[in-house]
Design a protein around this ligand. Structure first.
Ligand SMILES: Nc1ccn([C@@H]2O[C@H](COP(=O)(O)OP(=O)(O)OP(=O)(O)O)[C@@H](O)[C@H]2O)c(=O)n1
Ligand SMILES: C[C@](O)(CO)[C@H](O)COP(=O)(O)O
Length: 223
């Protein structure tokens, strides 16, 4: 049985809105509902775990009623770090569960169902998979004195979510202590010495982070 953990336990500081960014409407519907719908579309039987700060859970229930949103899901409490939020979500998956778990940002509502499928199927075969795309701008490395130097962009990829893992592997990885270099879930699994396979992501799968991204999201939905 497969699972998806939708993490929405962050503070949204870069968005700077009073309403937490995952609840902001895009074309009339809260971002978080759009994100959950993508996974339901991919597989209506997938087990959905939503990670939300405890203080926002009542508001989420109100929004669900208002929008007649009835996709079944469980709720876990958000943590102080993304690592802790993912870990809290994983704790709701039974220890003997078999299958793949995806961990996806609540603020990435434009992931395509084909990318979701590719991530889950690759993780089924290779234990860990992430969607990536090539860098299109030139990149510069900045040293500690503020100097810069050009680096080969072909050596880098931009990383998205869902990040998908064999459930037992994910549980083992998140048993270790938090480290500052854990900026995504793949870095947690990789620190066990595991390889993470890469699949081609979809460019529209942006992480809604700043007010500019809301404009991009509205434009994508107006297409
Ligand atoms: N303690 C945290 C931090 C982040 N996230 C989630 O991880 C995803 C990606 O993080 P980001 O977009 O950076 O969200 P925030 O941490 O909320 O943003 P900011 O850094 O601007 O405060 C988001 O869906 C966010 O809610 C989380 O579940 N728990
Ligand atoms: C997981 C992630 O979305 C992959 O790009 C990203 O690392 C989250 O980072 P953030 O600093 O929490 O936005």
């Amino acid at each position: 049985m497969d699972y998806v953990i939708i993490v929405a336990g962050g503070k949204g500081l870069r968005m700077g809105t009073e309403t937490p960014k995952q609840f902001l409407p895009v074309a009339g519907k809260p971002i978080l509902m759009r994100t959950i719908e993508r996974f339901y579309e991919y597989n209506p039987d997938i087990n959905i775990i939503l990670v939300l700060p405890e203080s926002q859970q009542e508001y989420w229930h109100q929004l669900c009623e208002e929008h007649h949103f009835d996709i079944k899901h469980q709720i876990a409490n958000g943590g102080d770090t993304r690592f802790q939020s993912s870990k809290n979500g994983l704790a709701l998956i039974p220890d003997d569960a078999d299958g793949v778990v995806g961990i996806h940002d609540g603020v990435r509502p434009f992931v395509s169902t084909s990318v979701i499928d590719e991530c889950y199927e690759t993780a089924r075969e290779e234990y860990a998979a992430i969607p990536v795309y090539a860098v299109t701008d030139t990149l510069r490395y900045i040293d500690q004195r503020g100097g810069g130097k050009n680096v080969m962009r072909d050596d880098y990829r931009v990383v998205q979510t869902p990040q998908t893992f064999d459930i037992a592997l994910a549980k083992q990885a998140f048993n270790q202590g938090y480290k500052a270099q854990f900026t995504d879930d793949a870095s947690v699994v990789e620190s066990l010495g595991c390889q993470v396979a890469m699949v081609e992501g979809n460019r529209e799968n942006i992480k809604i982070t700043t007010p500019f991204d809301i404009k991009v999201a509205e434009a994508l939905l107006a297409e």
